[in-house]
Design a protein around this ligand. Sequence first.
Ligand code: COA
Length: 345
Amino acid sequence: MKTEKSQTFVNPRILGGNATRTCSIAGVGSYVPDRVLSNIELEKIVDTSDTWITTRTGIKERRMAGPEQYTSDLAAEAARRAMAHAGITPDQIDLIIVATITPDTPFPSTACWLQHKIGAHRAAAFDVEAACSGFLYGLEIGQQFVMTQTYNTVLVIGAEKLSSIIDWKDRNTCVLFGDGAGAVILRNRPQSHGLLTVCMGADGSKTGLLGMPGGGSRCPASHESVDERLHFLRMDGKETFKHAVTAMCNAAREALHRCHIEIGQVACIIPHQANRRIIDAVTERLHARADQVFVNLEKYGNTSAASVAIALDEAVRAGRIHRGDLVLMVAFGAGFTWASAVIEW
Ligand code: COA
């Protein structure tokens, strides 16, 4: 369906003073592992059912990385595809930002593991940890470097091997998550608006509702911590659900407000893919139409930092986003954190 189009939107970055420089997504790519884990298979692992998972979440299946496939491997494949789409080579990348909560190692960063794998030897590299909002946090950080002319070409990736921190004995969480990666190449593109705005927020009073208790300085790994299953993801699903809907709506509204645009002008909305009911509630509260919203969570479940990036890539490849379209992305995750972005594609 054709969306209402107007030229009334503005780029807050440009109004901020730099009239000639913009930051655009020059290429996008994603990768998910081949192995599919269906709801039916999960019925054999925990006390659950395809019907429960489908009606409560919308998820039908998710992808699982192999034992020898790490977060940086998923990220590398997504990065190669984004570079091919942008028509660039690894030596052109100035900076790599990887958003993840499942790094290859606590340190060095996944971005460093990745830098070597893709041969981006000129690039500086670091990780960002903002859980499911991480990709949009990375986008904001990356665009700052492009806008200030510090770097010309920035690779931003959301990548997760969530299967490595899933408690396969906890039916409340193990049915929800999957593995995958999505990547974008950020560059200055003259005569274009590109990334119009990114809004970020956090509420550190809710750290107890979603996270992994073990493995950090609060609770270093020990026999006891392993026995108590503290190195797995834990979540209060009901509370997280409520906060997710409110925070995603507020973040989306703020981004639209900053750009002086209405929801009806947005061609494609890409929400974090955690739960179909969250997406539907956000769609309704924003007074958006269902056909504006891109959803792929039935195939992949919640891939945390990778979710919005994978969905963006699939939306572009499915012909849902065209040059000049306004795209709204919005995410929410552990911390709590949230973020939204508006792009003129
Ligand atoms: N299969 C069958 N039953 C399950 C189950 C499963 N996989 N997981 C939980 N249940 C049971 C619980 O044990 C509980 O049973 P009880 O009432 O007998 O104690 C019941 O289902 C829970 O029902 P309810 O609390 O109504 O579920 P819900 O509608 O809140 O859905 C979630 C649960 C996790 C799907 C939902 O809360 C959610 O999606 N939360 C947000 C998740 C999220 O977005 N996280 C990431 C943010 S980045």
